[in-house]
Design a protein around this ligand. Structure first.
Ligand SMILES: *Cc1c(COP(=O)(O)O)cnc(C)c1O
Length: 429
């Protein structure tokens, strides 16, 4: 890290815990202090020292069009002079709701919130309200934001920093959350048997992407669908990452398995703070003011965020976009895997379209335990060699690599050349 970022990090640490407003940004697990970012455009970031990076974090998922896409900028410029928040309903909210409901197969109604955390927290509350039950099942390594009941065996920063739970989450609340291994329907069935009539919902990332990308496939999701239905529980798909990333209708469209409730975030805000949750009319009308399950937000449905999200979804609605993303994702991620193999390293690539993870291991990665068994020390060294060459990857083996529409073949090839040099260097260490 060069001088300007270093100085900023020192100042930040005095004022903001760890110098960051979200733990994964600090780069603690890779032993690198974070570059402070000054601006972004297309697939590039520039830091406070004027260094340019090719960005594969994409603000942790939202920037699927790349930074500063003209359509998003224009939408924001149109809205800005009209005001930034009214705390009153707007036509923009209807437009974004319609764009979501039209594409996500299981959603008939949607409620906007301000983050993925809020979306998952609210979906769980609604499921508890609808079923009159308290317990929920989640899966180890899945991350659903940082609400109390979901911060049990979580992925993302919790996995990166090896935090099992979190102080501050009351035992009585953590107790209501049953964390199970991914990819094991028998243990889910046994859990339903052990707690008859007590489980309100099963919440899952249909394509887990917070312990690295760990696709579960159709059979697991279908099994969850059957088990929840048989046991009177709701199935919640947390598509905060997979929504609009892997297909227009998210993982539920890709696999043809429909949940009762869906959580969205990231992409639907086009880089502004947004989340949403929705599902069948029957469940969504249980929310206040129509129903009795309370949920609210001063800035929910914020007009700038709606405008940016709507512009993003419009671009994603153009024909051929997902084929294009698949092609770019394949080129980059298979290229990285091949570069590692050429240098003699054993790696496993998990990829769905434009997101994926390279695990430094020789065994298939199908759940959190197999992801955690990959070589974190090797990842650290790989990460640093890439960063030194201007390639900005997520600073953790437990995160996804995201490709955007703004990455051209030129940048992908540059990245693969950097990777080849990084792996060659590592083979000589
Ligand atoms: C990022 C993420 C969240 C949390 O969203 P925030 O906007 O960070 O609160 C929830 N679920 C999943 C699957 C995520 O990837």
């Amino acid at each position: 890290m060069a001088d300007a970022s270093k100085a900023l990090f020192e100042q930040a640490k005095a004022l903001i815990p760890g110098g960051v407003n979200s733990p994964v940004r600090a780069g603690k697990s890779v032993g690198v202090d974070p570059p402070f970012i000054e601006r972004a455009e297309g697939c590039f970031l520039w830091d406070a020292d004027g260094r340019r990076y090719i960005d594969y974090v994409g603000s942790w998922g939202p920037m699927i069009l790349g930074h500063g896409h003209p359509a998003v900028r224009e939408a924001l410029e149109v809205q800005l002079p009209k005001g930034t928040s009214y705390g009153a309903p707007t036509a923009l909210e209807i437009e974004l709701a319609r764009a979501i409901v039209d594409r996500v197969p299981s959603m008939e109604m949607v409620r906007m919130v301000n983050s993925g955390t809020e979306a998952a927290m609210s979906a769980v509350r609604l499921a508890r309200g609808v079923t009159g039950r308290d317990r929920i099942i989640k899966f180890e390594g899945c991350y659903h934001g940082h609400a109390d009941s979901l911060l049990v065996s979580a992925g993302s920063g919790v996995a990166t920093l090896a935090i099992p739970g979190s102080p501050g989450v009351p035992a009585g609340i953590a107790e209501q959350t049953i964390a199970l291994p991914l990819n094991d329907l028998e243990v889910v069935a046994a859990t339903f048997k052990a707690y008859p009539g007590e489980i309100a919902a099963v919440i899952v990332e249909p394509i887990p992407a917070n312990a690295g990308v760990i696709p579960q496939g159709k059979a697991f999701l279908e099994g969850l669908r059957t088990l929840t239905r048989e046991n009177g529980a709701l199935l919640i798909f947390d598509e905060v990452i997979s929504g609009f990333r892997v297909a227009p209708g998210g993982a539920q469209e890709l696999y043809g398995v429909l949940p009762d409730l869906t959580c969205l975030g990231k992409i639907i805000g086009g880089g502004l703070p947004v989340g949403a949750f929705g599902g069948a009319r029957e469940h969504m009308t249980r929310l206040a003011p129509e129903g009795e399950v309370y949920q609210a937000g001063t800035l929910s449905g914020n007009p700038l965020a709606m405008a940016a999200g709507l512009a993003t979804l419009k671009v994603l609605g153009e024909s051929g976009v997902y084929d294009f993303l698949e092609e770019k994702g394949r080129k980059l991620l298979e290229g990285l895997r091949d570069a590692a193999k050429t240098a003699g390293f054993r790696v496993v690539l998990n990829r769905v379209g434009s997101m994926g993870s390279l695990f430094f291991t020789d065994r298939p990665v199908t759940d959190f335990a197999s992801a955690a068994a990959s070589d974190a020390h090797f990842f650290r060294r790989y990460f640093r060699r890439m960063l030194d060459q201007g390639i900005y990857l997520a600073p953790s083996p437990f995160e996804a690599t995201f490709v955007s529409l703004a990455h051209t073949d030129e940048e992908l090839e540059t990245t693969l050349e950097c990777a080849a040099r990084a792996f060659e260097g590592l083979s000589k260490d």
